[in-house]
Design a protein around this ligand. Structure first.
Ligand code: SAM
Ligand code: SF4
Length: 333
């Protein structure tokens, strides 16, 4: 029988984000330093077998949704076959993926039978030059072809995720909403999070409230889930355009980060269970995974849970809100 993971503040944790690799074929400027980061040697990261075992333990503990992320998950060899195994092993699990979209064109048809809850594709701009600038190595045409290949599959819900940044894409919020509308997919805008002191800056940050005011047809957007978020969807607020019916999501991870409703844990590709994105604390479970020591893995998870802070990001961004020294690509965004 499935258990339940409850933290010291009574929050039930049923959503886990697992990073399958720290590696990435992009160098997004807000995610890692432009010189890149040193990749972790392959021997130090969890094997797919380790991750399957970890999923098994999480499911036993009552986890209902697992999102696979990175780095870029599709750059890890065998990722789609791994997803297939996860689906076969856990027919009732809600499975989702976050990707930069570079490899969707060639994998979309293989994703369609996996009953994924969502594939979130990061897309910060529609301008090819700006796209290349922000990703350092990226080609937007390839990503758009990937999004379209996925949309053609019909049974894979696609979302686009945009990190909103002043002087970069604040003038493109409208066109990104239009891009999503044309494809009947969900656009979500994310506040730029202060994870890395060298990369984040206050003058690039746009609050959720300002993002809302930048949507097209300002004034026509109504909150469409009065509670602010659905049960296992995290800090997103959804808005519905009263004339077109289109929905968008705004993720106010900084200005209003809903820590009181946080239901998630993260696991890095090296098998460290992290209770909170904004903090360095984590419990390594990789040895226990390698030994298939179920009790030790559970113990590690529960140790991380016990350390989950009531509130992660404290203070005002740009003042004392910066608290992380690792890059998002290494934590698993
Ligand atoms: N490579 C995949 C991708 O780009 O979607 C998955 C990993 S990436 C770290 C996951 C998400 O984190 C992306 O949507 C990315 O835009 C977001 N992200 C990275 N750094 C961020 C930051 N400082 N603030 C807000 N979101 C960030
Ligand atoms: Fe790679 Fe995703 Fe980070 Fe961009 S946001 S560098 S695609 S991990």
């Amino acid at each position: 029988m499935a258990g339940i993971i409850q933290d010291p503040y009574g929050r039930i944790l049923e959503y886990v984000r697992i990073s399958v690799t720290d590696r990435c074929n992009y160098r997004c400027r807000y995610c890692m330093p432009s010189e890149g980061v040193e990749w972790i040697p392959h021997e130090e990261i969890m094997s797919y077998e380790n991750i399957l075992f970890l999923c098994e333990v999480f499911v036993e503990l009552g986890v209902k949704k697992i999102r696979f992320t990175g780095g870029e998950p599709f750059v890890r060899k065998g990722f789609v076959s791994f997803l297939k195994k996860v689906r076969e092993k856990f027919p009732g699990l809600r499975i989702a993926v976050t990707t930069n979209g570079t490899m969707l064109e060639e994998t979309a048809d293989r994703l369609s039978g996996l009953r994924l809850e969502s594939v979130n594709v990061s897309l910060d701009t529609l301008d090819p030059q700006k796209f290349h600038y922000i990703t350092v190595t990226g080609d937007i045409e390839k990503v758009i072809r990937g999004v379209d290949a996925l949309c053609a599959e019909k049974n894979v819900p696609v979302k686009i995720n945009t990190v909103a940044m002043k002087h970069f894409n604040d003038d493109e919020i409208r066109s990104l909403v239009g891009f999503a509308r044309e494809r009947d997919i969900l656009a979500r805008f994310i506040e730029f999070m202060p994870l890395d002191r060298d990369v984040w800056s206050q003058d690039k940050y746009i609050s959720a409230r300002d993002i809302l005011s930048l949507l097209p047809d300002a004034g026509s957007w109504e909150p469409c889930d009065p509670a602010g978020r659905s049960e296992v969807s995290g800090p997103s607020r959804y808005y519905r355009n009263s004339s077109t019916g289109q929905k968008v999501g705004i993720i106010s991870a900084v200005s209003d980060h809903f820590c009181n409703l946080c239901n998630r844990l993260r696991v890095t590709s090296t098998g460290v269970v992290r209770p909170c994105l904004f903090g360095n604390f984590g419990v390594p479970v990789i040895d226990a995974l390698r030994e298939k020591n179920r009790e030790a893995v559970k113990k590690g998870i529960l140790k991380a849970v016990a350390a989950k802070p009531r509130r992660g990001l404290t203070g005002i961004p740009g003042e004392n809100g910066l608290c992380e020294e690792r890059h998002m690509s290494q934590i698993g965004g």
